[in-house]
Design a binder for this molecule. Structure first.
Ligand SMILES: [Ca+2]
Length: 145
């Protein structure tokens, strides 16, 4: 390999690296948890997060971010959103992070009726909590799969 082809190879690698870095920083905001202005919602990241909303369309400022590894045995003790109220009997919509499982109970201490939602995809998934479960969750668990 002569000097000219070495320089060409080096330049090509630099270009690939530069394009890769630019792509990374463009995609990064979508890959990680963030407030999204256009959709008026907070999106969970891939570390095992669920965002619980007071509204049934998963929008607005009244939400709570629930994390893998944290104990939510009584949502009365967990406050969030712009109004600072607790999230007992309040969740009406959830956004579930990639490969994340969400389990929920009617009463505190994981008692009463039980339900779960398992997002096995690599994308976030939105689920409206309607019917009987609307405003009825009192304890929850979040699992990164
Ligand atoms: Ca609600």
């Amino acid at each position: 390999m002569n000097n000219r082809s070495m320089v060409a190879l080096f330049s090509k690698r630099c270009l690939v690296l530069m394009v890769g870095l630019i792509a990374f920083f463009l995609v990064m905001p979508m890959a990680f948890a963030a407030w999204d202005g256009p959709t008026n919602r907070y999106n969970p990241d891939g570390t095992g997060q669920v965002v619980g909303y007071d509204t049934s369309d998963c929008t607005g400022a009244n939400y709570i971010i629930l994390y893998h590894g944290t104990t939510y045995k009584n949502l009365t003790n967990w406050h969030g959103g712009s109004d600072g109220r607790n999230f007992n009997d309040r969740i009406s919509c959830i956004i579930v992070g990639p490969n994340t499982k969400f389990e929920y109970w009617q009463h505190k201490d994981y008692k009463g009726k039980y339900g779960s939602f398992n997002n096995t995809s690599d994308q976030i998934d939105t689920k409206v909590i309607d019917g009987w479960w609307d405003n009825s969750m009192s304890s929850v668990k979040v699992w990164k799969q």
